[in-house]
Design a protein around this ligand. Structure first.
Ligand SMILES: [Cu+2]
Length: 622
């Protein structure tokens, strides 16, 4: 039997990327190998049309890049890893429905980046799309390279259509499972996202000792409409599919392939976004060994793992349940507890083959049964740390006290915009992000040491040490995944309701080796306190990773040690991206709601959706 480390990366608009490693008992001499990326299959729950051929793509679907090669040399010797990326629009039908998607070099999902700690990454980007673009390197702290963080309106002006830009940054003292994606509106939902794996000889989880082979599974919800059209609709009075709420996916894609069910009676009516997926493999319990980029001791025989958008988990799966030719379903269930009552499932085949052997499945599908203890599809959405202890393998206690405490409270509503007109959407501290894409914040902080414009909520930490950030999710009934750029924070408290700075300062906190990660899920009407070490001065985005929420204002900036930020260099090519542009342009898709009527309709409609969820939770929550 063998063990596989599977890295789950739930990406895109709503879902995270997962990396699964299969692991093996290395002393064993038997040799079936799981090859579950070979037969990816995705389906909507309830469809009987399971024998349709796999969808085709005019983009290249290269599943081999999602199997990490054992030839990759893990070393301390640094090198430069150079890539040419061209953003290209192509026609593709990843779930059987043809539409325009965005690719990098024609590949979907986007190419794998694999490196060692200490390497320098150099990516030459050519933007052949008709809209501006950026790339953000999710989870990489960009210590000393804030200008390469890739957030339009925050750290850079985007790369204009037809333009080019080179991202270059070192990977400083980090390793684990990352991913990269467009940060321009929600165009990551059109295909601009790929895995980014960093190795290190210091990683507590090692191939050859803890597992044998490594696979990447990227899981996402997928829309049939272009994200720019969805965002424009969400920002209009009409909403998208008749609702101001983020839409549920038309299908689930696993490594870029899925299957839509257009006869679904719920398609394409408006519905709430799903902000969590649950992944299981029939008959295969697994051990959770990494949260985002932190190696952990976690549950060792889990049947199902919840993944919120942008989170990553590594699990070790022991392939001791079959022989070559056997196959099992890998199931991705939409956690309907954080959306409306739509039941939706994506499927992939987890297949045992002999080493390197080609297979012909002759259309045969697994007949394996789902675990009988999977969470009810509409049970409440909670992060894994809510039900299990996740202890970092390299322990690090939080400092007993923090030097500064700040708060970011977020909710949906109508807020005063920067020009005086109201804007409807999500806000932090009553400021809904109005993205002046050609007038980013970072150059202003470098030049002046602060930022006062009212288009974005900011909090500033100016001490060298440890600080706390309270995240209050004031949306009763709406859960959100929060991601902080530039930091692996420590999660030192969770609770119901909202906190003030004073309350937080007088609380008992979990300082004993707390979980570290870069993306946490906070249920509606709940808070979390995260502990940040201010050893990475910069302007760091903090935002909801439901791309539709981000696109309607749910982004703030955390300014860390502005005196140090003032010393940042401003590369000419980076400044050049802003040259000649209209600094007042709000993009993309300025909100066009008439303040009075739009406000009422939106809030009424959202209230209705919320009430449904609360009602259902009332029935489910004991
Ligand atoms: Cu959100």
């Amino acid at each position: 039997m063998r063990n596989f480390n599977t890295l789950f990366i739930s990406i895109l608009s709503l879902s995270p990327l997962a990396v699964i490693s299969q692991s093996s008992d290395i002393s064993s001499s038997s040799h079936p190998i799981d090859d579950f990326l070979g037969g990816i299959y995705s389906d909507i729950f309830g469809s009987s049309a399971n024998n349709d051929p796999l969808p085709s793509l005019s983009a290249t679907l290269d599943t081999k890049t999602l199997i990490l090669s054992t030839d990759f040399k893990i070393t301390n010797v640094p090198q430069i890893r150079e890539y040419n990326f061209e953003f290209k629009a192509v026609k593709a039908n990843p779930d059987g429905y043809e539409r325009q998607i965005y690719t990098i070099n024609g590949q979907f999902p986007a190419p794998l980046i694999e490196a060692n700690t200490g390497d320098t990454i150099r990516v030459h980007v050519k933007n052949s799309l008709d809209i501006p673009q950026t790339i953000h390197w999710h989870g990489l702290t960009q210590n000393g390279s804030n200008v390469m963080d890739g957030v339009p309106g925050v750290t850079q002006c985007p790369i204009p259509p037809g333009g080019s830009f080179t991202y270059e940054f070192p990977i400083v003292q980090q390793y684990g499972t990352y991913w990269y994606h467009s940060h321009f509106a929600n165009t990551m939902a059109d295909g601009l996202a790929g895995p980014f794996i960093v190795h290190s000889p210091d990683d507590p989880i090692q191939r050859g000792r803890d597992f044998d082979e490594e696979r990447v599974l990227m899981i996402t919800d997928w829309m049939h409409d272009q994200s720019t059209n969805i965002v424009a609709a969400l920002k209009s009075e009409k909403g998208y599919r008749g609702s101001p709420a983020a839409p549920r996916g038309d299908s689930i894609l696993i490594n870029g392939v899925g299957k839509a069910n257009c006869s679904d009676p719920n398609y394409p009516s408006g519905a709430l976004s799903h902000s969590m997926l649950r992944v299981s493999i029939d008959q295969h319990p697994f051990e959770v060994v990494e949260t985002d980029t932190t190696a952990i001791n976690g549950p060792t025989a889990l049947h199902e793992i919840p993944i919120a958008p942008a989170q990553r988990y590594s699990i070790i799966v022991n392939s001791n349940q079959g022989k070559a030719g056997d196959k099992f379903w890998l199931r991705v269930n939409v956690a309907a507890g954080c959306m409306d009552k739509v039941r939706q499932e994506g499927l992939a085949i987890f297949r045992y083959t002999n080493d390197n052997e080609e297979y012909d499945d002759k259309g045969e599908l697994p007949d394996s049964k789902a675990w009988d203890d999977l969470a009810a599809y509409d049970s409440p959405c909670r992060d894994l740390d809510d039900s299990h202890t996740l202890s970092p393998r390299i322990p690090l206690d939080a400092a007993a006290k923090s030097s500064q405490v700040r708060v970011l409270s977020s909710k949906f509503g109508t807020f005063a915009g920067m020009t005086g007109a109201n804007v409807t959407g999500f806000a932090f501290n009553d400021v809904s992000f109005q993205n002046q894409i050609w007038n980013p914040i970072l150059p202003t902080v470098i030049n002046t040491g602060n930022y006062t414009s009212k288009n974005i909520a900011t909090v500033t930490f100016d001490v060298d040490g440890y600080v706390d950030l309270i995240l209050n999710n004031l949306d009763f009934g709406i859960d959100h995944p929060y991601h902080l750029h530039g930091n692996d924070f420590q999660l030192i408290k969770r609770g119901n309701g909202a906190l003030t700075v004073e309350q937080a300062m007088n609380m008992d906190l979990s300082v004993k080796n707390p979980l570290r990660r870069d993306t946490i899920f906070i249920p509606g009407d709940s808070y979390a306190i995260i502990r940040i070490r201010t050893d990475n001065p910069g302007v760091w985005a903090l935002h909801c990773h439901i791309g539709w929420h981000l696109a309607v204002g749910k982004l703030a900036a955390v300014i860390v040690r502005p005196d140090e930020v003032r010393k940042c260099e401003q590369p000419d090519k980076w400044l050049g991206l802003c040259a000649g542009q209209n600094i007042h342009e709000e993009g993309p898709a300025k909100r066009s709601l008439p303040p009075a009527t739009g406000r009422t309709r939106h809030l009424e409609s959202l209230k209705e959706v919320k009430n449904k969820i609360i009602h259902r939770r009332g029935l489910k929550d004991v």
